[in-house]
Design a protein around this ligand. Structure first.
Ligand code: FAS
Ligand code: PHB
Length: 391
């Protein structure tokens, strides 16, 4: 098998890259380890920056999002009985975010790949990368028990944090930066009306909580939980009681509870791998970086990587210019680190750090007091939340 770009991973990064390349006349093959249903069964991100929604429209995948997604021009932060509404549109000259689940984005991408007869091979096993510094890298894999070899001019590593691509970069070349947080997020999905029109981020002495949504009849809630907690430790009743205890009284009073149709615990970490290139291998999305979900940046960072990488691969494969590929890693990392900073800042502001002393607790209070009283601080928060430009 031969192609121009071998894409490892059929999550949002890999599928969006394949779709953008195809529409520009560049050939690719997506190799996904899991089944399509398994990939679509993951409940993850919910908030899309304008950069991502524009990119999805440019890829011809924005129609259902435009019909069913909700435009949000603000959100609230509640700390210790005080509440701040962050007026995103008012603070950023009209920028907004779209609430539309990652699951739906991925579903739309799979449908678009199928409609264009794109090459997406699911349940591909034992994917291994070879000759990444040669002119024609190779990817070997097993499908339905039969071995295959895919030759390509370039390999895009879009296979997430636990994938094979990043691990194919020699240890003496790869530089890794990591911060692991001493807690996780327990998230549930419930077929109940959202407790509020907009998202509410709540910081309580007992821990963080987040009220989000997927539609007017599908709610998404999170509570901070100890790292070693398991799903079994959290029957629905306990989740609802803890969530209510961390929300402002008036919000808790109107919360509509119901059975969890999905429940998962995600550990929180900040992580960046540099460089995002090795020979003819280019990393994008969670394969290269992870952010704590507090700032809703994970999926949106994958989008800016794919924006840069798709344009660089098209410039090279279609127009014969390699400069953008040479610049890719530095360009992507510049935006990655700014989003890492913002996600770390918002996580530090809103979570209870069990090991922190009284001084750090006071600093958290002062940070929120400053935010509450400063339009400049709120503007900085707002411009990061809606997404920094794809410079
Ligand atoms: P993904 O991990 O989504 O996709 C990688 C794909 O590669 C997967 O389909 C995987 O099966 C496949 N793969 C892995 N190894 C492979 C191999 N060896 N060969 C072939 N394929 C392989 N972001 C937010 O903004 N908000 C959130 O609330 C949020 N919650 C999250 C909760 C969890 C539990 C996780 C893990 C992430 C969450 N994220 C959230 C971040 C998430 O949305 C990612 O940023 C997003 O999925 C990134 O997309 P990809 O880069 O495509 O990686
Ligand atoms: C979500 O709806 O899943 C969501 C929203 C905002 C976040 C994190 C997750 O910061």
């Amino acid at each position: 098998m031969k192609t121009q770009v071998a894409i490892i991973g059929g999550g949002p990064s890999g599928l969006l890259l394949s779709q953008l390349l195809h529409r520009a006349g560049v050939d690719s093959v997506v190799l996904e380890r899991r089944s399509r249903d398994y990939v679509l069964g993951r409940i993850r991100a919910g908030v899309l920056e304008q950069g991502l929604t524009d990119l999805l429209r440019h890829a011809g995948v924005g129609a259902r999002m435009d019909r069913e997604g909700e435009i949000h021009d603000g959100f609230s932060i509640a700390v210790g009985g005080r509440e701040l509404r962050v007026d995103l549109a008012g603070l950023t000259g009209g920028k907004t975010v779209t609430v539309y689940g990652q699951t739906e984005v991925t579903r739309d991408l799979y449908a678009a790949r199928e409609a264009m007869d794109g090459a997406v091979i699911t349940q591909a096993e034992d994917i291994t990368l070879h000759d990444l510094t040669a002119d024609r890298p190779r990817v070997t894999f097993v499908k339905d028990g039969a071995p295959h070899t895919l030759e390509a001019a370039f390999v895009a590593g879009c296979d997430g944090f636990h994938g094979v691509s990043r691990k194919s970069i020699p240890a003496d070349i790869l530089r890794e930066y990591e911060k692991v947080y001493p807690f996780g997020w327990l998230g549930i999905l419930s077929e109940t009306p959202p407790v509020a029109e907009e998202l509410i981020y709540a910081r309580h002495d007992e821990g963080f909580a987040l009220c989000s949504l997927r539609s007017r009849v599908l709610s998404r809630y999170y509570v901070q939980c100890p790292l070693d907690d398991r799903i079994e430790d959290w029957p629905d009743d306990r989740f609802w009681a803890v969530l209510k205890s961390r929300l402002p009284g008036d919000v808790a009073a109107r919360l509509v509870t119901g059975p969890a149709i999905e429940k998962s615990i995600a550990p929180l970490r900040s992580y960046v791998a540099e460089p995002m290139r090795y020979g003819r291998l280019f990393l994008a999305g969670d394969a290269a970086h992870i952010v704590p979900p507090t700032g809703a940046k994970g999926l949106n960072l994958a989008a800016s990587d794919i924006h840069y990488l798709s344009r660089a691969l098209i410039a090279c494969c279609r127009d014969g210019s390699e400069q953008a590929l040479m610049d890719y890693s530095a360009r992507a990392l510049a935006r990655v680190w700014k989003a890492e900073r913002f996600s770390w800042w918002m996580t530090t502001l809103l979570h209870r750090f069990p090991e922190d002393g009284a001084f750090n607790h006071r600093i958290q209070q002062a940070e929120f007091d400053y935010l509450l009283g400063s339009r400049a601080a709120q503007t900085a928060l707002a411009e990061n939340y809606v997404g920094l430009p794809y410079a």
